[in-house]
Ligand binder design. Structure first.
Ligand code: RET
Length: 276
């Protein structure tokens, strides 16, 4: 009977979840701070990169902006109670049978934000479309399987199997960044910036699966607000700090990243204005 009462007290409707989030000041702040920072980052990019003319530099800038555009929407989803739910953990989990708050919107929206991070990193390294698209596909696969890991309630084993699958995709991305792009950035002449971005990205990205494993989704050693702040701090490093460093470099339009008016045209010369 006692268990039944606890279950019935769990917020179920979107409004109840919204109220639950805002009753927990720390949890609510972990969302609101990121909404503010994503907004400020967008304004920062608009203010600084307005005058950029080179099409390749513009593509990099727009991609950085899309990271924060996705982020502000993602955190709005969380803050409004739309993209988080209480789900019951399967047998064997340390909170088995209890309903825990899952911020599944994070895993979902990473599938839209991380591709832009990788497009930008790959372009700064001077990599090719095949490698960039491979990492984009891998990150989408990583996030979707991570979402599946968080939402699987049938079996603990299946939750961790999803986690293993997601980690396999993750390791492919780390390999491309550490090996291919590091070599390519050397050749392109962007290794100073790329090395800094690489450290922030690789170290930061490893924090996400660690938090997943330590939080309620995994071994439940951390409380929900701690996990949420953990993700929010990692997001600040891997998105806004990385973006600011990139934009400050790209607005100077150095030769290492520019490509002139022909860039992105299908036929040679199509993008060049006629002489007459
Ligand atoms: C999950 C759990 C399953 C195993 C792995 C994960 C990795 C997540 C990562 C997320 C990166 C997110 C970023 C977001 C910025 O918007 C899904 C936590 C490997 C690496 C950079």
């Amino acid at each position: 009977m006692a268990t039944r009462n606890v279950v019935l007290q769990v917020p179920e409707t979107q409004q109840e979840i919204f109220e639950f989030v805002f009753e927990d000041t720390l949890l609510a702040l972990s969302f609101v701070v990121n909404i503010a920072l994503a907004g400020l980052t967008i304004l920062f990019i608009v203010a600084l990169a307005r005058g950029v003319t080179d099409p390749r530099a513009k593509l990099i800038v727009i991609s950085t902006m899309l990271i924060s555009v996705v982020s502000i929407s993602s955190y709005t989803g969380l803050a409004s109670g739309l993209t988080l739910s209480f789900i019951e953990m399967p047998a064997g989990h340390s909170l088995a049978g209890e309903e825990v708050l899952t911020m599944w919107g994070r895993y979902l929206t990473w599938a839209f934000s991380t591709p832009f991070i990788l497009i930008v990193l790959g372009m700064i390294a001077g990599s090719n479309i095949t490698k960039i698209m491979t990492t984009v596909a891998m990150t989408i696969a990583m996030c979707v399987t991570g979402l599946a890991a968080a939402l699987t309630t049938s079996s603990l084993l299946m939750r961790w199997w999803w986690f293993v699958l997601s980690s396999a995709f993750f390791l492919v991305i780390i390999y491309v960044i550490m090996v291919d792009w590091t070599r390519e950035a050397d050749r392109t002449g962007t290794s100073d910036l790329f090395t800094t971005l690489k450290i922030l990205t690789v170290v930061g990205w490893f924090g996400y699966p660690i938090l997943w494993a330590l939080g309620v989704e995994g071994f439940a050693l951390l409380e929900v607000w701690m996990t949420s702040w953990g993700y929010s701090v990692l997001d600040i490093i891997t998105k806004y700090i990385v973006t600011v460093l990139i934009v400050l470099y790209v607005i100077e339009e150095p030769e290492t990243i520019t490509a002139d008016a022909d860039y992105g045209t299908t036929l040679k010369g199509v993008g060049t204005p006629a002489d007459d």
